[in-house]
Design a protein around this ligand. Sequence first.
Ligand SMILES: Nc1ncnc2c1ncn2[C@@H]1O[C@H](COP(=O)(O)OP(=O)(O)O)[C@@H](O)[C@H]1O
Ligand SMILES: [Mg+2]
Length: 238
Amino acid sequence: MEDKRKPSGNILSFYESESPVATEFRRVYSNLRNYLPGQEIKSVLITSPALGEGKSTLASLLSIEIAHRHNKKVILIDCDLRRPNLHHFFALNQEKGLTELLQGKLNLQDCLKPTPLENLKVMTSGQETNTPAELIDTPYLQEVIAEAKLYSNLVIADCAPVIPVSDPLIIGSLMDGAILVLKAGFTQVEVAKRAVEILRNAQVKLLGVIMNNMDEVLPYYYSYKYYGYEYGYSKKRK
Ligand SMILES: Nc1ncnc2c1ncn2[C@@H]1O[C@H](COP(=O)(O)OP(=O)(O)O)[C@@H](O)[C@H]1O
Ligand SMILES: [Mg+2]
């Protein structure tokens, strides 16, 4: 049966550096850089309250934008061991990734997969596992993140949602902060507030919120088309 979550084609083929989408991610990156004046953010967790709100898509596009435009070395890690997806997004083999690394079967360098962007390496989730919580809940994870930081300017962890599982909190405690993805017209306010509270209680610093799906929800006069931003952007992601 076809995997409905499997995007068709490599996500890099959707990326255009002059598109409104890329412009939004430049803004996100600029906010990240300005978040703590004088202190560089070196590791970010991407999470959301629930499933399907666009975490993996946004983690991928943010990584692509930073690696491409800002010439920074980015390591994007698929930390969602329950519903891994980045191997589909980047058309990579799922195996030889985070799972094998945390099991001590491979070292970090063996798990960093090249992409067409020289500055972007992706660590896929690795083999499917029945024990994702135990794998993530290991002191070794701290060493893994620390080592990934040595080889990059920014580590981006695409994680499971924060309400149903605790993995993002464990990973979040090792990162500089978290970005919460909300889906406009879908994520309920109370649910979003609960996600913020969970992150706060676990002392994960909330660096910001990305609202996904905006042009599905905003009235037409807020849309890119209205402002003429569509210029030069032909492949709209729909
Ligand atoms: N802004 C968007 N516009 C259109 N489709 C999107 C957008 N963001 C995500 N999607 C699609 O929605 C689905 C879920 O997104 P995904 O990033 O895998 O969510 P999550 O990682 O939060 O489960 C995927 O099929 C993805 O391609
Ligand atoms: Mg995902």
